[in-house]
Design a protein around this ligand. Structure first.
Ligand code: SF4
Length: 362
């Protein structure tokens, strides 16, 4: 049975078990709730890159850090359709569209995103969006267009989150997830390890996710990919052992969730990834870019699947395809809402330094 009352102490005790015991327990839970030979494959598509006003310390898309990424305006519906078809033909069952926005704003751009959702849904693929904070009405409009999942990561524990981001609060994240829950869209929420957080913070993040009721249908576990110019550029990369423990612990406390082995796979060997699948990871991102950071290429992944006897999960195996309502038949209006998402605005030294450094660059 899925529990929603996990404590930090219980989760730390699981995380710190002797590794063989931890892996055995996680693999056992995994087999009860999932086919261990199936892995869900998603393609992440950056539909609007860079120029983001937020200050997330790990993110090269934050305008203030002036990293080397090339920004672009919102892609067109036809460009997105072409990319989705390519993703489908290479084995992906889901397209996740990411826009570097603080929050969704009602208007032309959001209308275009809704059209992208309808278009991909018609290709019989699962559609996910990650667009920043959303209101309940916006979540319902996405649901009505045929959105399958909405991603909004908690990133870390509530305590450590304050060391990474100052332009929005943890509660905004929880409120966004709660708004998505009021629609029929499934929730995708996870976080990043390797940002300098303690083991207590990792456990704290899992408490926040596992005590959501219901738990997220999908949880990405990312390893920080330190990018030059960002405040976390000098962070040490985490070891495979930490990733393995995090995946296994997530699997045990969130038994029904699809646990996604996300950013950081380029630094993992096939053996390391195989251990993560054994420990309960059953989702990956395919394609050589994860928004802006590198990812293994899809042919290498398919070769790995063959080697390990893994099969890509088909679309809508876990939940049926949402119906998609056309813009003309929509029963929701755009309300032109101007929600007051918070701006804590506390000082994070390394974020301030990275911003100052970027200004001195020629
Ligand atoms: S993680 Fe998202 S919200 Fe934060 S800076 Fe990057 S694009 Fe903006």
């Amino acid at each position: 049975m899925t529990r929603n009352d996990w404590t930090k102490e219980e989760i730390l005790a699981i995380y710190n078990k002797p590794l063989m015991e931890l892996l055995y327990e996680a693999a056992t839970v995994h087999r009860i709730h999932h086919d261990p030979n199936k892995v869900q494959v998603s393609t992440l598509l950056s539909i609007k890159t860079g120029g983001c006003p937020e200050d997330c310390g790990y993110c090269p898309q934050a305008a203030r850090y002036h990293t080397d990424i090339e920004g672009n305006d919102l892609m067109s519906v036809s460009q997105v359709k072409a990319q989705a078809l390519r993703a489908k033909s290479s084995g992906s069952s889901r397209v996740c569209m990411g826009a570097a926005w603080r929050n969704v704003k009602d208007g032309k751009e959001f209308d275009n995103v809704l059209e992208m959702v309808r278009t991909i849904n018609k290709l019989d693929m699962e559609v996910c969006c990650t667009l920043g904070m959303v209101t309940e009405n916006q979540a319902k409009r996405l649901a009505e267009a045929g959105l399958y999942a909405y991603n909004h990561n908690l990133d870390s524990s509530e305590e450590y989150y304050k060391e990474v981001i100052s332009t929005r609060g943890y509660q905004d994240r929880l409120d966004t997830i709660s708004n998505v829950r009021k629609s029929k869209v499934t929730v995708c929420s996870g976080g990043i390890i390797g940002m300098g957080e303690s083991l207590e913070d990792r456990a704290g993040m899992l408490v926040a996710l596992a005590t959501l009721n219901p738990q997220p249908e999908s949880t990405p576990i990312n390893a920080l990919v330190p990018v030059e110019g960002t405040p976390l550029e000098e962070q040490q990369k985490i070891s495979i052992w930490e990733m393995l423990r995090m995946i296994a612990t997530t699997r045990i406390v969130m038994p029904e969730t699809q646990v996604r082995l996300s950013a950081g796979r380029t630094d993992m060997s096939r053996e390391g990834q195989a251990m993560c699948f054994f420990a309960g990871a059953n989702s990956i991102f395919a394609g050589d870019k994860l928004l802006t950071t590198p990812n293994p290429n899809v042919d290498d992944d398919m070769e790995m699947f063959k080697l390990l006897g893994l099969k890509p999960q088909k679309a809508f195996e876990k939940k049926s395809q949402p119906q998609s309502v056309s813009a003309e038949e929509s029963k929701y209006k755009h309300l032109g809402e101007k929600p007051k998402w918070s701006r804590p605005g506390h000082t994070i030294e390394r974020n301030v330094e990275a911003k100052a450094k970027s200004k001195t660059k020629v």
